[in-house]
Design a protein around this ligand. Structure first.
Ligand code: SF4
Length: 78
């Protein structure tokens, strides 16, 4: 990134379930810092979204499924 260039946040952030999980305290901030506010192009969720490929709401930015997040969604009928 060039000097003076503003770091952009991932364009999907406001509609991404990772935002909701983070705000509920279910997701460590490193995911948001490393991906959403960092190198979002490396995010598997971002890449799949761009390609119109289905992915579960409980899939982490690195592509791994998180069963704790899955359980939260199920328990809250989300
Ligand atoms: S998790 Fe991935 S797709 Fe979602 S906002 Fe963060 S970088 Fe974007």
């Amino acid at each position: 990134m060039k000097k003076g260039e503003k770091m952009k946040r991932c364009k999907w952030y406001n509609v991404c379930p990772m935002k909701m999980f983070y705000e509920k305290g279910l997701l460590d901030s490193h995911w948001i810092n490393d991906y959403c506010n960092g190198d979002w192009k490396k995010c598997v969720r971002y890449q799949m979204e761009e390609n119109g490929r289905y992915h579960e709401d409980w899939m982490l930015p690195n592509g791994l499924l998180d069963e704790n997040l899955h359980a939260y969604l199920k328990n809250n009928n989300l």
